[in-house]
Each structure stands twice: as structure tokens, then as C-alpha cells.
Design a protein around this ligand. Structure first.
Ligand SMILES: [Zn+2]
Length: 266
């Protein structure tokens, strides 16, 4: 191989790499959009439309529920969860979001956690539920509603460059009703990704802020959010899911909650 052709092949490899990088960047911008969020009053880049968020959440919900012991059989507790959850939605700005909120008590009595899927599916484990009075439970649910209203799942997917697989999966969630093994495996993988993707530090602080706002709007006592933080730090909660996430530090979150309580006037 002569010197000329060697240079040429190196050039073409470089060209190919640049081309691929460019394609990736273009596909990122094509598959995500910047949308104004009327609740947070901020623009955000998201990887899913509202309809895709709802479809994805609905389809992932049974899988997630199974991972935490399935739905809890205690009807009275589920009724209490619904009553507090829907009071929060009905009386706060969350009412103006396009999401169909649903609150589910999961039977897992060892894992302390709560979680929100994109589109409005909200879960709390028995282990966490049993530690909370009404006000504190409202705090946890308001925080999860904050993740939904803040569209944090859709935002994370855009940010984490998961768009390719996840948007495709989102489309599948909407169009493909088939129950094939491949479909199930894909959904299990998708749920795994949703569950293991931590919300960013900014997402957590924004949800803490929104939780105080929603609580005040709905007539709950926002200082209960500080108690929730204290309960969780005593419980030694640490792990992959939402309330167990170790960041930001509890102290930082409590500070933010205090600021929000002043900001929203209480
Ligand atoms: Zn959170």
C-alpha cells in the first residue's frame, strides 16, 4: 500500500467516524424536542411526547409492581393512599397537567421506597407506607407527582442518550399490542432501565420544591416533608430507587424544602 492510499484510508476512517458522530448528534436532536413546561415555567428537552409517557408508564406499571411484591391486598390502605393522592392532584397545579395519575400500594415490606413512572403511575412500598402519617404520606406522594409533572423521566431519557432504544420502545408501547416473549423481554429490560436510572440532583430538588407547592395548594402541612427526610435518613435508606437515592444529601434537600416553604408562603 502506497503512502498516498494509506493517508486516504486514514482520512476515510476519520470521515466515517465523524459521519457517525454527526448522525448520532442529529438523531439526538431529531428524536428529542424542547418543550415549555407550564408547571415549572421552564423549557426542557424531552425524548417522549405526553402520549408516549402515558403509554410507557401504563405498560411498565405491572412489571414494576411485580418487582416489589405486587399490589398490596389491604383495601383500606389503598383507599387511604387514593384519598390523599387524589386530594393532592385535585387541589393543586398538578390538576392542570395532562397525566392520568394512579397511586398503587405495593406489598414489599422490606424495601423502603416510592417511585413514579412517566405519565402518572405512582407507587409506594408497604415498608415506607407503614412509617408515614397522613401529612408525611402526602409529602411523599407530592414529591412523586413532582417527578411526573416535571417530566423528569422524559427529560432523563433525552439527557442520558437512551433515546434510541427508549423512544423505539415507547412507540412499541403505543402501537404493538402483541404479547410475544420478545415483547415481554423488551419491556422487562425497559423497566429495568427506568428503575435503575436515577433522577438527577436537579430533578430531586425540583420535585422537593414542587412537593411543597402542591402540599400548600392542597391544604397539607409542608413541614411534613422535612419529617419524611428525617425518617428516611434514620432508616438508612440507600439504593437505586427514588427516595432511596443518596443524592442530593438529606441536609441539602431539607434546606431546599425550607426555602420552598418560605417561597410558597407558609
Ligand atoms: Zn425523587
Amino acid at each position: 500500500m502506497g503512502r498516498m492510499s494509506e493517508t486516504r484510508s486514514r482520512k476515510s476512517r476519520l470521515g466515517l467516524a465523524l459521519g457517525l458522530a454527526l448522525m448520532a448528534i442529529v438523531s439526538y436532536y431529531v428524536s428529542t424536542t424542547v418543550e415549555f413546561n407550564p408547571i415549572t415555567q421552564e423549557e426542557q428537552r424531552v425524548a417522549l411526547s405526553v402520549d408516549q409517557e402515558i403509554a410507557l408508564g401504563l405498560q411498565a406499571a405491572p412489571e414494576l409492581s411485580q418487582q416489589f411484591g405486587g399490589l398490596d391486598a389491604a383495601d383500606a390502605d389503598q383507599a387511604r393512599l387514593d384519598s390523599i393522592g387524589f386530594a393532592l392532584v385535585r387541589k393543586s397545579a398538578a390538576k392542570r397537567t395532562p397525566y392520568k395519575y394512579e397511586f398503587s400500594l405495593l406489598a414489599d415490606d422490606r424495601t423502603i421506597n416510592a417511585f413514579a413512572l412517566p405519565g402518572g403511575q405512582i407507587f409506594i412500598t408497604r415498608a415506607l407506607y407503614d412509617k408515614l402519617n397522613d401529612q408525611q404520606l402526602a409529602g411523599v406522594l407530592a414529591h412523586e407527582i413532582g417527578h411526573v409533572a416535571g417530566r423528569h423521566g422524559a427529560e432523563n431519557m433525552a439527557r442520558a442518550r437512551l433515546t434510541e432504544g427508549l423512544v423505539k420502545a415507547g412507540e412499541v408501547a403505543i402501537t404493538d399490542e402483541s404479547d410475544s416473549a420478545g415483547q415481554k423481554a423488551k419491556m422487562a429490560q425497559l423497566v429495568g432501565t427506568l428503575v435503575s436510572t436515577r433522577y438527577s440532583r436537579e430533578n430531586e430538588l425540583e420535585s422537593d420544591d414542587l412537593s411543597v407547592r402542591f402540599m400548600i395548594e392542597a391544604g397539607f402541612e409542608p413541614a411534613a416533608m422535612i419529617e419524611v427526610m428525617e425518617i428516611l435518613s434514620q432508616g438508612g435508606a440507600a439504593g437505586p430507587l427514588d427516595f432511596m437515592s443518596t443524592h442530593p444529601a438529606h441536609g441539602k434537600r431539607i434546606e431546599r424544602i425550607r426555602m420552598a416553604i418560605e417561597k410558597y408562603g407558609r
